[in-house]
Structures are given as structure tokens and as C-alpha cells.
Design a protein around this ligand. Structure first.
Ligand code: PLP
Length: 460
């Protein structure tokens, strides 16, 4: 296959994509296939000889669409969304065609400069003063970068050279509602799982401030070295929020860095009326939110805003001879802000997204999702035997059957075998509960009403 062939097949792929999206509602959200069935349909080894593209295409159509969970399905209400607005898909096609590495300004000047401007646009849209930052692949990487920076700042940048042996025991604080990416970060940063202090939350799901202050004081008395606090702004399980301003202020008073994880909920902050939920994020050292979740920028796109990028660059930046560039004082080489060296041109899809829908268009979707989630929770509360376990936090709530965990688990299995909607579970308040999040880019009020229809039918 050469570039002329690519021209033809790309057109065919564009048509296929349009038909695929137009036909999504007619498909079950999740495929009804047995584990191993796709792998069993593939030959055991790569072909020695080139194959015609038509044969490859036919196999794609035969095996892939029917073997996928359809994340862009309008009735995907599981996990969190991974929205890919059509304009962002178009930008991805162009970025794929250019196929550049955005690691240094000189390897991708437009990618670097559009990234700087998109971070500024997004900060403005969210009401954040931290107008500098970087686009990572995922919130997990952003949080790891923040935790590595906390570690190094606390150790006076000695961990980078000497390692951690001989260093005091480091301690990081986060609520028991934070995402497992924080656990991963302490493991990978050499801090260790035992040194992530999971502070208890109160009845509203917010970190207990007295417990946080007490944990820091007790750790200091024990000779440990506190390094920072990760603030939960929209937990994955049921959408818990810490009192962001209070946690960030306490961290500041204690001389600790703060990192706000708003991977999911951050998108809602383009609507001024929701910003009270993370009031105080403006004072944090670092904030991460994922435009690739709710906003509509195709995966992957996690934006980390930094009050001062200096400490993170000092932690992650390396300049071997083969990466030296002239004019380094005036330019930004984004690889120095991130874990990997190579970087995709991710800013293009944000540029297309903002312009193709406008902030008002994006806000309208989020406002719809939040109000439809309230309606769906009210509709489910009226279904006999169903209890709302966590009330909507933005567009996320959970429910269970009064009959108990086993019955709830069996109901979820029936819902997902049915295929009209897709939901997933979590544990909350000691119970097995079913999460419902409303956030699909193309979903309608009617799609959301299907949740109550399906639950009513299948819980009888
Ligand atoms: N933080 C929160 C609150 C999340 O919900 C998630 C994923 O759902 C993450 C972090 C990790 O996101 P990513 O998949 O971008 O690493």
C-alpha cells in the first residue's frame, strides 16, 4: 500500500465511519461474544507475503465492529464517557496524516504553539488562572508527573540523582475517594503504597480536614516527610468532591504541593454555575482534567495546568546532546514537561473542538447531561424495589435494589446482556451499586429515558 492507495482507502474509511456512527443506536452497546473468540479467528503468525488491502478490509469488517464495545454509542452510560466529537476525529485524521513527534519546538513548531494556546484557551474556559500547562496522554501520567515533582521538591531534587535509599519515608495524602491512578503514582514514584495516606471522607464525600491535618502532624512527629496532597474533584466511584479550596490552603500552610484530580468533572467547569464545586482550584499547584472524557476531544487528551511549570520541568526535563536546540530560552520543548519523550500532536483536536462547537455548544451538552441525570435518578427512584444510593453529582449517580447486593448484581448482568444500555458497578456505603453517568456527546433525552425503561422491565 502506498500513499495513492491511502487516498482511496481513506475515503472509504470516512464513509465507513459515517455509516458506523449513523447505525450505532441499532447495535447493542456491548458485543455478545465469548472471551477468546476474536483471537481464535486470527492466524497464528504474521503473513510473510503482502496481502491485498481488500482482504484486510473484509476481515476488519467481519471481526472488529461486532467485537467492540461501542464507546460512542449514545446509550453508553458506563464508566465515564470517552467522547470523540466528529470535529475532533477530523483533527485526529489530520494529525495522523502529518504523523509528527511534538517533543521539541523544532520538531513540531505548530503543534507546540497550538498546544500552548489551547492550554490558555482551556484555562480561560474553565476560569482557571493557571494558563500554562501541557497535554499528556492520560490523567494517570499527569498525576504521576505531579507526584514525582512533589517528591523531588520535598527532597531538594536529590532523589533524581541519589535515588530514594537513605531518604526519609515520604508521605502523600489523598481522600479515600481518589482514583487508583494516585495509588499507581506512589507505587511508580518509589514512595510506596503504604505511604499514601487515604484520609477518611465525611458524609458528603469530602476529605475530613481535621483528619488530614492530624495525619500530617502525626507523620512529621514520626520523622516522615510529607510531600503533597492530591485533591479529589469528582471521584470516579460516585463523583465525590473534596472542599478543594480548604485542602489547597491547608497544603500551602504546611508547605506542601497540591494537585487537583478533576479528570472527569473538570469538563463541567466550562459552565460557570458548576465552578463552586472546585472553588479554590485556582490556587492549586497543579490541576488535571481530561478533555478526552466528557468534553469531546478524542482520546487521548489530558491537560495539566501548572501554576509554575518550573519544578515539573526540573523533575522531568533532560537535555542530552542529541536533543539540544538553539534558542532554548525563548521556546518551549514540551518533552521536558512530561514522562515520555515522544508526543502526539494532541492540541489540534482541541482547536477543532472549540471552534466547531463553540464553548456555548459544549456547555449546552454538559447542562443537558446534568439535568437528564437528575431526571433519570428521579425516574429510577420511582421504580418499585429500586433505591438511589448516591444522589447525582453533576451527571453521575448510583442505585441498587433494596433486595440486596446479589439481586443488584444479577440485575446489572441482565441489563448488560440486554444491550440497549450499558452500565457498570462500584461499591459505595458498603453496598454493591450500579453507576449511571450521562455524558455521551450524541445522546438525547430519549436515550437517557431508556435507562428507566430497561431497569423497570428487567427489575420486575
Ligand atoms: N482520575 C479520575 C477521577 C478518573 O475518573 C480517571 C479515569 O476514569 C482517571 C483519573 C484516570 O484517567 P486516565 O484514563 O486519563 O489515566
Amino acid at each position: 500500500m502506498n500513499h495513492e492507495d491511502l487516498r482511496l482507502w481513506s475515503k472509504r474509511a470516512a464513509d465507513w465511519a459515517a455509516d458506523y456512527h449513523a447505525g450505532l443506536r441499532a447495535r447493542p452497546v456491548r458485543p455478545d461474544i465469548a472471551p477468546g473468540s476474536i483471537a481464535a479467528a486470527l492466524p497464528p503468525a504474521a503473513p510473510e507475503e503482502a496481502e491485498p488491502m481488500q482482504a484486510i478490509w473484509d476481515d476488519f469488517e467481519r471481526l472488529v465492529p461486532g467485537g467492540m464495545t461501542h464507546w460512542q454509542h449514545p446509550r453508553f452510560f458506563a464508566y465515564f464517557p470517552a467522547n470523540a466529537a466528529p470535529a475532533s476525529m477530523l483533527a485526529e485524521q489530520l494529525a495522523n496524516a502529518i504523523a509528527a513527534q511534538a517533543m521539541l519546538w523544532q520538531t513540531s513548531p505548530a503543534a507546540t504553539e497550538i498546544e500552548m494556546v489551547m492550554v490558555r484557551w482551556l484555562a480561560g474556559a474553565l476560569g482557571l488562572p493557571q494558563a500554562r500547562g501541557v497535554i499528556h496522554d492520560s490523567a494517570t501520567t499527569a498525576t504521576l508527573s505531579a507526584v514525582l515533582t512533589m517528591r523531588e521538591k520535598a527532597l531538594g531534587w536529590e532523589g533524581l540523582t541519589r535515588g530514594l535509599s537513605g531518604a526519609p519515608r515520604l508521605r502523600l495524602y489523598a481522600s479515600d475517594q481518589t482514583h487508583s491512578s494516585v495509588d499507581k503514582a506512589v507505587r511508580l514514584a518509589g514512595i510506596g503504597q503504604e505511604n499514601l495516606v487515604k484520609v477518611a471522607t465525611d458524609t458528603e464525600g469530602a476529605m475530613d480536614m481535621v483528619a488530614l491535618a492530624g495525619a500530617i502532624a502525626a507523620d512529621r512527629a514520626a520523622g516522615y516527610l510529607p510531600i503533597g496532597v492530591v485533591v479529589c474533584a469528582g471521584g470516579t466511584s460516585v463523583g465525590a468532591f473534596d472542599r478543594v479550596g480548604a485542602v489547597v490552603a491547608l497544603a500551602r500552610r504546611e508547605g506542601l504541593m497540591s494537585h487537583v484530580d478533576a479528570a472527569w468533572a473538570g469538563s463541567a467547569m466550562i459552565c460557570p454555575e458548576f465552578r463552586g464545586l472546585w472553588a479554590g482550584a485556582e490556587a492549586a499547584d497543579s490541576v488535571v482534567m481530561n478533555p478526552h472524557k466528557w468534553l469531546g476531544a478524542q482520546f487521548d487528551c489530558a491537560v495539566q495546568f501548572l501554576a509554575d511549570p518550573g519544578p515539573q520541568i526540573r523533575t522531568l526535563g533532560l537535555r542530552p546532546a542529541y536533543l539540544e536546540t538553539p534558542g532554548v530560552e525563548e521556546i518551549t520543548n514540551f518533552n521536558e514537561w512530561t514522562v515520555p519523550l515522544g508526543r502526539r500532536f494532541r492540541a489540534l483536536k482541541l482547536w477543532f473542538l472549540f471552534r466547531a462547537y463553540g464553548l456555548e455548544g459544549l456547555r449546552a451538552r454538559i447542562r443537558n447531561h446534568v439535568s437528564w441525570a437528575a431526571e433519570a435518578a428521579a425516574a429510577l427512584a420511582a421504580v418499585p424495589g429500586v433505591e438511589i444510593v448516591s444522589a447525582p453529582s453533576l451527571s453521575l449517580f448510583s442505585f441498587a435494589l433494596a433486595a440486596g447486593d446479589t439481586a443488584t448484581e444479577a440485575l446489572l448482568a441482565r441489563i448488560n446482556a440486554d444491550g440497549r444500555i450499558y452500565l457498570t458497578q462500584t461499591r459505595h456505603a458498603g453496598r454493591y451499586v450500579i453507576r449511571v453517568q450521562i455524558g455521551q456527546f450524541d445522546c438525547t433525552a430519549e436515550d437517557v429515558r431508556m435507562i428507566a425503561t430497561v431497569v423497570t422491565e428487567l427489575s420486575r
